[in-house]
Design a protein around this ligand. Structure first.
Ligand code: FAD
Length: 525
């Protein structure tokens, strides 16, 4: 009993001491946050962590890191800033998997959503169904701080799963919904932002608002794809459907870009929830003579086949790999094999270069994780990542191929990391949402997912700039995904006809320009 009392008193003294210490160290604009100041941390370790991200290219130092115990702590923090004479910036930091400081807050406060997730200890996700809507529907109510991998595991306990994914699942719900959340399912089910029924959002005024496409719809549409500019996502209601059991996963090789894109476009033309014979996933990857056949995103090709694939890549310099998947719900593979055969009739891949796997649904969705763990064990995960992700209108994809894949990339000869290329259907996106995409019915996403050394990332950056310059010079109407622009003019161009709405919504929901300053749209810090 005496020992317990002693421990409690020591803890109390330590906590009070720590609180006092933080208060005295905190700058004046934060020191007045009486009720929550003990949740602000400004020791060098915390500051250092919040000034880094996956990109490892830029560093902005916040004044403090905020560790909320509840959503209402975040409300208090935002309200405090909003009501201050001089407001301070606030950035929610999910996993910090941005590449250009988008989740940083120079001289502001970073909200540690990852720590919040741990403190919630598994209670941030609940799965339900609503029998009162016209079509009986299932959903998960998910904290914005939660990881998609945990949403997957939790919903699978009920035999359900979300339908739209990212390639990598250790990203937060709030982080991907602030961008769009795209992957091979997007052509069929839309991006993740098209699969949200409702959200709780803390606006830049500190208001806690529940919104959907019917209630407070302006905020709902602003936040989805809104780059964190209008509010912090506290909860999202994600659409669920019965989960498949297994996945038939296929890769086909092409040396002809025209045949490759024609087949991709034909396959994505069959889509929609009612189309039972549609594919469930379609992507594409470049294989280049300077890069490995398998990479961290997935190892697929059997070792015995590497020599013949390598000699084909050497012969053509660039190969295009079409990657597709069809889910199956029953244990029997017969139906899925037949459906796939029908879908693949007439495809023009190089004869004999067909590869397939049959894997569990979780193994398929979580396919990037093993590569990540391997890189982590080699100390190669936390290196610089000068990524460039683009959306390109279908009508200009040939110019992109000849000018960039077959010219800039081959000449510079530095790209070894994954380069993704796959098409999507514009009608699966909701134009009322903030995400900005090309005007055409079909557009491609191209992702240059470079990893580099600390000494040579600028070479990749310079290649990225050359790619963008080329697009600009020849008039390719490219838009960045996970965008990073440095001028107001580029942001205006990025949002195009949506810019005025974006601006009005900013004035309505975050008039003091507090939220997500690291996107550098309104505050160029
Ligand atoms: P952060 O980087 O922490 O934050 C991103 C932005 O969102 C910041 O502006 C931040 O302030 C804001 N934000 C964070 N949480 C909230 C919240 N709760 N409410 C409001 N705003 C918030 N993207 C895809 O679409 N498809 C992919 O397949 C894909 N694969 C990836 C693979 C890897 C290995 C990595 C590193 C990234 C990948 N991404 C992909 C990109 C990813 O979607 C973005 O990095 C995204 O920002 C999610 O990361 P995060 O959760 O760490 O968010």
């Amino acid at each position: 009993c005496f020992i317990l009392l002693l421990i409690t008193i020591t803890r109390l003294i330590y906590t009070v001491g720590k609180t006092e210490q933080w208060k005295t160290l905190l700058p004046p604009q934060l020191a007045t946050l009486e009720s929550i100041s003990h949740k602000l941390q400004d020791d060098p370790e915390a500051i250092e962590l919040a000034s880094k991200d996956y990109g490892n290219l830029v560093h902005s130092f916040p004044l403090a890191v905020f560790h909320p115990s509840s959503i209402y702590d975040i409300v208090s923090l935002v309200k405090h800033s909003y009501n201050s004479t001089i407001p301070f910036n606030i950035a929610a930091r999910g996993q910090g998997h941005s590449t250009r400081g988008q989740a940083m807050a120079s001289d502001g406060v970073v909200v540690d959503m990852a720590g919040f997730r741990e403190r919630r200890n598994g209670v941030g996700i609940s799965v339900s169904f609503d029998p009162f809507v016209e079509s009986y529907y299932y959903y998960a109510d998910v904290g914005g701080e939660q990881l998609w991998i945990d949403v997957l595991h939790k919903s699978l306990e009920y035999g359900l799963a979300p339908v739209s994914w990212t390639d990598y699942l250790y990203l937060t719900v709030g982080g991907t919904l602030s961008n769009a959340g795209i992957s091979g399912q997007t052509f069929h089910y839309g991006p993740q932002i098209s699969n949200v029924h409702e959200m709780d959002v803390i606006t830049g005024k500190g208001d806690f608002v529940t919104c959907s496409s019917k209630t407070n719809s302006e905020l709902f549409h602003a936040v989805l794809g809104g780059l964190g500019q209008f509010g912090i996502i506290a909860r999202a209601r994600i659409a669920l459907e019965p989960a498949p059991k297994r996945v038939k996963w296929v890769r086909l090789l092409y040396n002809d870009f025209s045949a490759f894109t024609k087949d991709q476009e034909r396959l994505i033309s069959i889509n929609g929830r009612r189309q039972k014979n549609a594919l469930d996933y379609l992507e594409g990857i470049l294989l280049m003579h300077q890069g490995p056949i398998n990479n961290w995103r997935s190892s697929f090709f059997p070792l015995a086949d590497h020599p013949r694939i390598i000699s084909l890549v050497t012969k053509h310099s660039v190969l295009y790999c079409l990657e597709l998947a069809k889910y199956h719900h029953a244990q029997s593979q017969n139906n899925v094999n037949e459906e796939l055969q029908v879908l693949m009739q007439g495809l023009s891949y190089i004869p004999g270069f067909y590869y397939e796997k049959d894997v569990s649904y979780v193994e398929f969705l979580n396919r990037v994780r093993s590569g990540e763990l391997k890189l982590q064990s080699q100390g190669l995960w936390d290196v610089p990542h000068p990524w460039l992700n683009l959306f390109i209108p279908k009508s200009q994809i040939f110019e992109f191929d000849s000018g960039i894949f077959k010219n800039i990339i081959l000449k510079r000869n530095i790209t070894t990391g994954p380069v993704l290329i796959y098409p999507m259907n514009r009608n699966k996106w909701d134009n009322r949402m903030s995400a900005s995409i090309p005007e055409e019915d079909i557009f491609y996403t191209v992702g240059f997912l470079h990893s580099s050394g600390f000494d040579n990332w600028r070479e990749f950056d310079s290649q990225n700039k050359e790619i963008l310059q080329f697009c600009n010079d020849v008039g390719i109407k490219v838009k960045q995904y996970l965008p990073h622009y440095s001028t107001q003019e580029s942001w205006t161009k990025h949002f195009g006809p949506k810019w005025n709405t974006f601006l009005e919504r900013k004035h309505q929901f975050d008039p003091r320009m507090i939220l997500s300053p690291g996107q550098r749209i309104f505050n160029n810090n």
